[in-house]
Design a protein around this ligand. Structure first.
Ligand SMILES: [Zn+2]
Length: 333
């Protein structure tokens, strides 16, 4: 940058340096970080017009900080966040319709108006209430735009959960409600959930097929999601709240019952249990014990087997699953 230097009487290049500055406003000294420029040659201060605007802006922000007043860019943030114009927002607040235009040009808001603005900047629900109670002050179009912006602000957390497939939701429900569940155990618990859900409800809990792997039935999609935990318990990252997982009460009841009656066994025990059951044995009948296989355990096998189990153990409700899991466990030793 080149400017006129009064000492050198010539156009000189200059250096800009950040400087502590202060100014007294209404009896209070405000300190702020401004910028000054100096002639590269004689080191005297030189005048640069753009720095004046910059310093005024810095002083303005420092003063607002000291007084806890909203800043201009924060007012702009409100308009952007809620997709609303300065005029409709003024009207919504019951203020003169040019009030926000004046604030955006630099006029200082009163403490009361500033607090109102800070509140709506930080609190989406507060903004929503304001919008609902004063919507008659603004056009339908301004209302719908703002309403949409508010619902989009709320959307993210909910939409993650809504996008979970049924097997993902069931998986997350199991993990949330169990301590120390390993990927191996998780697979078997999903399998029993699927098996007993069809037996009690005449439909499958989820559409996914499982494969007859060496260590028992495996839902491949879920396997890849959690395989990094290897033989360790799956860490619940808690990126969702368990109560927000969308499951029907019938689905929850079956999952709860599987947690209660199978969740107490280790992955290895559960593996051995599934090795005693027809669907896995039947699917692997032509395969050696240690030979990997991706063969799907047909859903009809799962349906037939667990429907038979339900009949054989005279299960009337989900509590009776206990008889089956105990019987299986006793067969192992
Ligand atoms: Zn100079």
């Amino acid at each position: 940058m080149k400017v006129f230097c009064n000492s050198c009487h010539d156009i000189m290049s200059c250096e800009v340096k950040e400087t502590e500055m202060s100014k007294e406003i209404k009896g209070k000294v405000i300190y702020y970080k401004g910028k000054k420029s100096f002639c590269s040659e004689c080191k005297e201060e030189v005048f640069v017009e753009t720095l004046l605007d910059y310093n005024l802006e810095q002083l303005d922000n420092a003063y607002r900080d000291a007084q806890n007043l909203i800043k201009k860019n924060q007012i702009q943030d409100i308009l952007d966040k809620y997709d609303i114009g300065k005029r409709p927002l003024s009207q919504l607040l019951g203020w003169g319709e040019l009030t926000l235009s004046r604030y955006l040009e630099g006029a200082l808001p009163t403490k009361q108006y500033s607090d109102t603005l800070l509140e709506i900047l930080q609190n989406t629900e507060h903004m929503d209430k304001l919008l609902e109670s004063n919507k008659q002050n603004i056009t339908d179009r301004a209302y719908s735009k703002c309403k949409l912006a508010i619902s989009n602000l709320r959307e993210p957390e909910v939409s993650i959960i809504r996008n979970y497939s049924k097997i993902d939701t069931a998986t997350k429900y199991l993990i949330s409600n169990l301590t120390d569940v390993t990927p191996l155990a998780l697979q078997k618990l999903l399998y029993y959930s699927q098996g007993f859900f069809i037996a009690f409800n005449d439909k499958f809990l989820f559409e996914n097929d499982c494969e007859a792997w060496i260590h028992g039935p495996v839902y491949k999609e879920v396997y890849y999601d959690y395989k990094d935990f290897r033989y360790n318990p799956i860490e619940n990252t808690m990126e969702y709240d368990c109560k927000d997982l969308i499951l029907e009460s019938k689905e929850k009841e079956v999952l709860d019952s599987i947690i209660k009656h199978f969740g107490c066994y280790s992955g290895k025990i559960l593996e051995k249990m599934t090795h005693c059951e027809m669907p896995w044995i039947e699917t692997r009948k032509d395969i050696d014990d240690n030979e990997p296989s991706n063969k799907v355990i047909q859903k009809t096998l799962i349906n037939n087997y667990f429907t038979d189990v339900k009949a054989k153990f005279n299960m009337l409700n989900l509590v009776d699953i206990n008889d089956y899991s105990k019987d299986l466990f006793n067969k192992l030793f």
